[in-house]
Ligand binder design. Structure first.
Ligand code: HEM
Length: 131
């Protein structure tokens, strides 16, 4: 029962929940991730998480992971960051990224939670330019 309950929680979450391994390979992609990025889970499973972002991060993300494994220095894990994502149709959008690290049978895994902040950004810009 526990497994089905976790599945239901993950699949009804409003934010995208994405799991990768130590080299960035995608292992889990919930319903919200399908909606936000425009890919079906089976299209992305086994591919690199860098497919979800535009350059320059797309070409650099493997290096970010390597840097983290080498130094242990956390720049997003436990901190969060506003970054830019890219949908299947090529369009880009602002997102708030949170990353957590965990282990499954001795294997490193990272869970990323992605919130589309397009509406928040538009509202903030409207306030800034309002006279
Ligand atoms: C590091 C961008 C998605 C896991 C980074 C860094 C950037 C970045 C810029 C390096 C930070 C620095 O060195 O200052 C992005 C963008 C994403 C994305 C634009 C858009 C989709 C994800 C997702 C995960 C993830 C979904 C996990 C499932 C990590 C990890 C690190 C990292 C583990 C290294 C640890 C750290 O810097 O704390 N990412 N990322 N990223 N990212 Fe991503």
């Amino acid at each position: 029962h526990a497994e089905a309950r976790y599945r239901a929680i993950v699949d009804t979450a409003v934010d995208a929940i994405v799991v990768i391994d130590r080299i960035g390979t995608l292992h889990s992609f919930n319903r919200a991730a399908e909606r936000i990025f425009g890919y079906a889970a089976e299209e992305v499973m086994g591919r690199n998480v860098s497919m979800l972002m535009p350059d320059p991060d797309r070409s650099a993300h493997d290096g970010y992971l390597k840097r983290y494994h080498r130094t242990g220095e956390r720049r997003i894990i436990g901190i969060g960051r506003e970054v830019t994502g890219q949908r299947k149709d090529g369009s880009v959008f602002p997102l708030e990224l949170s990353v957590a690290e965990w282990k499954a049978d001795g294997e490193v895994r990272f869970t990323g939670i992605v919130r589309d902040i397009t509406a928040r950004r538009t509202a903030a810009e409207a306030l800034l330019t309002a006279k």
